[in-house]
Design a protein around this ligand. Structure first.
Ligand SMILES: [Zn+2]
Length: 121
């Protein structure tokens, strides 16, 4: 039951929706979370995902981009300026595009487990 709730909350967060009702948006602006879900009033603003979302974004994109850059280099041996022009903006756009989704997934994961990010060991 708990794993089903966790997975459902993660997927709702990936869609940038409230992990409880899947209706309200979890963001006020780009990656600024709302204090409460606008649909069901579930408090979400106290959940601090901290570095979890950027770490997850780097982990996911790294698995696609590093082989992509390496394969591009091996296949075409382009000049370094072409790598910089191509990969620099592409990486920035992909990171900025993926970050709200990974942060939503982290928020959903933490919400499902009742974590707020302030836990002490
Ligand atoms: Zn909600």
């Amino acid at each position: 039951m708990t794993s089903k709730l966790v997975l459902r909350s993660i997927f709702r967060g990936l869609r940038k929706r409230c992990p409880k009702c899947a209706q309200g948006s979890i963001y006020l602006r780009y990656i600024t979370p709302v204090e409460c879900c606008p649909s069901c009033q579930e408090p979400l603003g106290h959940i601090r995902t901290d570095d979890f979302a950027p770490w997850l974004t780097i982990l996911v994109l790294g698995h696609f981009l590093v082989p992509g850059v390496y394969g591009f280099e091996r296949a075409f041996t382009p000049p370094i300026w072409l790598h910089m022009v191509l990969w620099g903006p592409l990486i920035i756009l992909l990171v900025l595009g993926l970050l709200p989704h990974t942060k939503g997934a982290c928020l959903g994961f933490m919400w499902a487990l009742g974590l707020s990010g302030d836990e002490q060991q």
